[in-house]
Design a protein around this ligand. Structure first.
Ligand code: BG6
Length: 472
């Protein structure tokens, strides 16, 4: 649909940016923090996944919040490290960790920046992992208790909560992300049992939030892609629907409707992977209702009908955005209409609009984008970072938000990945996303100085104009 005139961004639109605790904070064992599964992956063989110092956001958050205020952010999406609050996941509360996030939240509020808090972004406490992690129902209780602590401590200050970041990526690519620890080594039925337990934990957190904090809003934050059929051949459309169910709708339907998507359930049963569901589980899932849908968007994916042989198993894309075919189901296909970034991720701004339209159509919940961005090997030259490629990427995606809003979709915020450079899940600090450059390399921490990139000044203009500068 073409619009003669585009709708304006809402007055109270959340102009944000994102980070996660383990990728930005560093201070991995400071002030009583316990180890998380991510910390167990320090110094993986590739040698690039060192989160010990990261951007040192833990110690420099005041300086960073000042920069966020200068940027004009009206929201900052960050995660709380479970292991700072409860170092072993289910034992003693750590007052120093609790105090830290009070300081962060207070600093944000003092500068008029709304905190959008992710409760769990890949960093399961290692002590819980050692006890079986999400394979055990006791982890559900531990998460509920952690959620209660967060709501009691920060509930008077935080109005937007995100439960679990990218549960679908932890299930589908947990090993690749390297963030699900020992229990992340599981496969098949046990993996989907973990998935079920995470949904129960999320449902309990949502119910508790509504019970304790009537004014707050809470929602899930999966990674969502629109799935395209390779051609208009009906068999390709069926394959696209199958993969959409397994990758997206399984997670969305459980979070929003509290029920297993039928196609996804048939898939799990056919594999022998259906989880054990105890009495009361489905009621709990159905009763917990999110107030909004947050999602991370980087790309779309294209699949074709299975050929029924090994040629189905082709890998397209990369990292979390990878698509692997599955014999008898679908095969990954290159989308000839789309460019790819340096890491093989297809770039699809129009697919972003499609994704928003589809989510709105299916669930009719307000949307907030909690990640979207371009990873690149930025270079600091004479004190400047000319990241025009990032500006282009973000501009094209923001234009699609405005189109989606004009289409009637309710979108209330945009938090691109990332506010400030941090450690990527796969390519260390060299792959950068931020509006603010952090001057360090993999091996040399230098002064960790903060440098405003060209995209910083561009986004500052966009925010100051309420989005009007996009069309000028
Ligand atoms: C998302 C994660 O999957 O993608 C982030 O929520 C991650 O934690 C982001 O950093 C980008 O991926 P990468 O591999 O480029 O860091």
């Amino acid at each position: 649909m073409q619009h003669e005139q585009l709708a304006a961004f809402p007055e109270d639109f959340l102009w944000g940016a994102s980070t996660s605790a383990y990728q930005a904070e560093g201070a991995w064992d400071a002030d009583g923090k316990g180890p998380s599964v991510v910390d167990l992956h320090l110094h993986r063989p590739e040698g690039v996944t060192d989160f010990t110092v990261a951007a040192d956001h833990y110690h420099r958050f005041r300086e960073d919040v000042e920069l966020f205020a200068e940027l004009g952010l009206t929201a900052y999406r960050f995660s709380i490290a479970w292991t700072r609050i409860v170092p072993d996941g289910d034992g003693e509360v750590n007052p120093a960790g609790v105090a830290h996030y009070h300081r962060v939240i207070d600093a944000l509020l003092a500068r008029g920046i709304e905190p959008v808090v992710t409760m769990y972004h890949f960093d399961l406490p290692a002590a819980l992992d050692a006890k079986g992690g999400w394979s055990e129902r006791s982890t559900i209780e531990a998460f509920e208790r952690y959620a209660r602590i967060l709501f009691q401590e920060y509930g008077s200050k935080v109005k937007h909560w995100l439960t679990i970041n990218e549960q679908n990526m932890m299930i589908l690519h947990g090993k690749a992300i390297g963030t699900t620890g020992r229990s992340g080594q599981v496969e098949g039925r046990e993996l989907y049992q973990q998935n079920h337990h995470m949904f129960l934990a999320q449902a309990k957190a949502m119910a508790l939030c509504h019970q304790l904090l009537p004014g707050a809003k809470i929602g899930p934050a999966p990674n969502i892609v629109s799935v395209y059929p390779a051609t208009c051949a009906p068999e390709d459309v069926v394959a696209a629907d199958d993969w959409d169910a397994i990758r997206n709708l399984l997670y969305l339907d459980l979070a929003v409707r509290g029920s297993y998507h039928p196609l996804a359930w048939v898939y799990l049963k056919a594999k022998g992977w259906e989880p054990e569901i105890l009495d009361g589980d489905l009621e709990l899932l159905a009763e917990a209702k999110p107030d909004f849908l947050a999602f991370n968007y980087y790309s779309t994916q294209t699949v074709g009908a299975s050929r029924g042989d090994a040629s189905d198993i082709q890998v397209r894309g990369g990292d979390q955005q990878v698509v692997r075919g599955e014999i008898g189901l679908y095969r990954a296909v290159k989308n000839e209409h789309l460019p790819v970034n340096a890491f093989g991720w297809e770039i699809d701004p129009v697919g972003f609009r499609t994704t928003m339209r589809r989510l709105w159509d299916r669930y009719r919940l307000p949307l907030i984008i909690t990640e979207n961005g371009l990873g690149a090997f930025d270079e600091l030259v004479d004190g400047r970072v000319h990241d025009d490629y990032r500006i282009e990427f973000l501009k094209l995606h923001l234009e699609q938000i405005q189109l989606a809003i004009s289409d009637g979709v309710e979108v209330f915020g945009y938090c691109p990945w990332t506010a400030i450079d941090l450690v990527s899940t796969h390519q260390g600090v060299s792959k950068r996303y931020g509006f603010i450059y952090v001057d360090r390399t993999e091996d040399d921490l230098k002064q960790l100085a903060r440098v405003r990139k060209d995209s910083f000044f561009w986004y500052q203009d966009v925010i100051a104009s309420g989005g009007d500068s996009l069309s000028s």
